[in-house]
Design a protein around this ligand. Sequence first.
Ligand code: TRP
Length: 334
Amino acid sequence: MLDGKKSLFSGMQATGTLTLGNYLGALKNWVDFEEEYETFYCVVDMHSITVRQDPAELRKRARSLLTLYIAAGLNPEKNCIYYQSHVSAHAELSWILNCFTYMGELNRMTQFKDKAAKHTDNINAGLYTYPVLMAADILLFQSDIVPVGFDQKQHLEITRDIAERFNSVYGDVFTIPDPYIGKQGAKIMSLQEPEKKMSKSDENPNASIFLMDDTDTIIRKFKRAVTDSESEIRYSEDKPGISNLIDVYGITTGKSVAETEKEFASSGYGDFKLAVGESVANMLKPIQDKYAELQKDKDYIDNIIKVNADKANYYATKTLRKVQKKVGFPERIR
Ligand code: TRP
């Protein structure tokens, strides 16, 4: 809770290019929260350096992601869209919370184990304490809910554990956050291996639709989507490719599975794939146009970066000061 309003925090890394899966599973739904919640959508650039980044590239991608948040429909006057690195309270609270987190807990984090296995030459302490920085992100804003993908559920659990541990020593300092995991339907699968989630880090570019793909590319990728050797457009567990396409079509057009099956009862896979591709391209076009327009307006984006960082700083510092006092840091003399 912040000033009597429920609050919401979520964040994304500015690595890789956002996919259709990221959009449908996250961004698209975020737009609905702004009335009920005080919302914070962070570009978590501090998390990004837990794996080696090219500095110029990271800077570019961070700005691009922030711009995309707006292009996708988040009104920056109602939603606080900002860079994590512009609010130093993230790092400061993270340090304090490190002292309330057990190594045993961090050792159990599956994302750490996965990433450590992938980046064997750089298993740094930041990668290890990544979940603590994430806990700081969330707890700084007294967040009630945190919309995340299923893969982040464990990080939400450790956040709650850290918050409860802190509260049990010092009283009610932190709101205990609940994860908000989107509907199953929002889980978009790879177009090439439909048993696997669509991922921005997939090596095969045909497996993912990127938000910035143009119409021709989108249609071509859907036409090449892996399906099965039957010809019936039917939702079924043993038809993961077609089922995924039915899901995508359903989300982009608002049609139910039954409606889609009926609409394409006498069509072949080729026609159906084309229809899905067109529906996705039509949905993304306005976002792409808005993005291009925003990118040209440097002053406008700069102003949003400044105003929202100030807003985030205001709330974050409030929580941080409270925490610093609780743990016994000396008062500031003004
Ligand atoms: N770890 C999240 C991810 O990779 C990103 C993230 C960082 C986040 N801090 C957060 C998500 C706080 C929600 C809340 O997807």
